[in-house]
Design a protein around this ligand. Structure first.
Ligand SMILES: NC(=O)c1ccc[n+]([C@@H]2O[C@H](COP(=O)([O-])OP(=O)(O)OC[C@H]3O[C@@H](n4cnc5c(N)ncnc54)[C@H](O)[C@@H]3O)[C@@H](O)[C@H]2O)c1
Length: 396
């Protein structure tokens, strides 16, 4: 049984408090911090939290608090981690870990020096569908992963600070790209080194300094590619989709806009439908349990379970740091128009990974390139001669 202090009574604080306190679980939120006494008090009443405060230091140093959960604007993550580490408190921080890799690296250094448990709250590697897919991929169900595609698009975030580059650290590339990048790392293998990136980012629609659309490719040392597509100007709700291509199979996941729950409402009196839904009339795509389908429930099960066992969870500040280094490289590439190397100050995965390679033996002389049944029933085999390299075909 652990007690948490949540810092920030906003959008993500609400999801976190609901996921921890709303489920009759073992762990609970003991204190909420907000700048405003009214918001802190209302938040505490809504989620059944016994204490609220407007002093961040008091929330963190509260003797009843085992772990600090950071749900603050991006420019405040480092300071909150600094205080938590100096108080020797375990700490879970939302995404992105830092506004850039330098901030994230400092946060990693602080928690490791303090010897506390740290968790990176990347919920989108914990949705039940994703966890099942990851288990299948890791047990070899789709062979070697060659390519992943992750799409995170919606009509734009809900608070002013996201749109202010100095506060947020960047636009949609940082805000949503961080999810896609960590999803790809999980499928490709977190121990495979990200080598280089190519990225396009532009401000197509909104009157802001940061980018509101971005596309990118993260090339891993074994040749695998993690493609991401992110937008703050997508119309029609929140579109979260992942695809994984392996040498022996495929995974397609639709996390949000099409979950198998469709509803028509002529009157539109239902109010809230789902995060970033743009209408409450007509055909709607509600989400039954957003906290579960977005991964928050399983994420906190891993975070608090790890805390109880005194071990690190599946997603740590180290992962958050790697993601920040990749997004920093993406910003460099968007400026240069070239592939840019990912520069890591610390790497704890495999060194020198072999390239993906699959050889299907056919006979002593040949390797099988491909086999296909044609419309007339013949089975055609494309073969490669091992010695000469010649490609030939065989119809059976
Ligand atoms: N899927 C996810 O994991 C996910 C989703 C949304 C947001 N987030 C992250 O959570 C963090 C907070 O985002 P949010 O959506 O809750 O934002 P929000 O604007 O809804 O809430 C931020 C909260 O921080 C506090 N705050 C303190 N100082 C502030 C300041 N100067 N300006 C504004 N708020 C201030 C307030 O309590 C406010 O309610 C960000 O790092 C964001 O990237 C993560």
């Amino acid at each position: 049984m652990a007690r948490a202090a949540i810092l920030g009574a906003g959008f993500i604080g609400d999801f976190y408090a609901y996921s921890i306190n709303g489920r009759r679980g073992r762990d609970s939120v003991g204190v909420i911090w907000s700048r405003s006494a009214e918001r802190a008090e209302a938040f505490a009443a809504k989620h059944g939290i016994p204490r609220w405060t407007t002093s961040m230091h008091d929330a963190i140093s509260d003797p009843d608090v085992d772990v600090v959960i950071i749900g603050l604007p991006n420019n405040m993550h480092l300071e909150a981690v600094r205080i938590a580490a100096s108080e020797g408190k375990n700490v879970f921080c939302t995404k992105p870990l830092g506004r850039n890799a330098a901030e994230a690296f400092e946060m990693l250094r602080l928690v490791e020096k303090a010897g506390v448990i740290h968790g990176y709250l990347e919920d989108l590697v914990y949705p039940p569908k994703t966890m099942k897919a990851l288990q299948a991929v890791r047990s070899g169900a789709i062979g070697q992963v060659t390519w992943t595609r992750s799409r995170e698009t919606h009509p734009g975030p809900h608070s002013a600070w996201f749109w202010t580059k100095e506060v947020s650290g960047g636009g949609v590339l940082l805000d949503m790209g961080c999810h896609c990048i960590e999803i790809a790392r999980n499928y490709i293998g977190k121990d495979i080194k990200p080598a280089a990136v190519m990225c396009w980012a532009d401000t197509l629609v909104k009157p802001i300094d940061a980018e509101d659309n971005a596309l990118g490719w993260v090339k891993y040392e074994n040749g695998a590619i993690g493609q991401f597509e992110v937008s703050w100007t997508f119309r029609g709700g929140m579109d979260l989709r992942d695809e994984v291509m392996g040498t022996e199979g495929t995974v397609w996941i639709n996390n949000f806009l099409r979950t198998g729950f469709e509803m028509f409402s002529a009157g539109g009196k239902g109010g809230y439908v789902a995060e970033k839904a743009e209408s409450e009339k007509g055909w709607l795509f509600p989400v039954g349990d957003e906290a579960a389908e977005l991964g928050y429930i399983d994420m906190f099960a891993d975070m608090f379970g790890s805390l109880e066992r005194g071990v690190l969870p599946a997603e740590t500040f180290y992962d958050g740091y790697i993601v920040n280094e990749i997004t920093d490289a993406c910003y460099r590439s968007a400026r240069s128009g070239k592939w840019e190397p990912v520069e890591l100050k610390v790497w704890r995965g495999r060194e020198k990974t072999e390239r993906i390679s699959i050889v299907h033996d056919y006979d002593d002389e040949h390797i099988l390139v491909k086999e296909e049944t044609l419309p007339d029933g013949r089975v055609k085999k494309i073969l490669k001669n091992r010695k000469t390299g010649e490609i030939s075909e065989l119809s059976l």
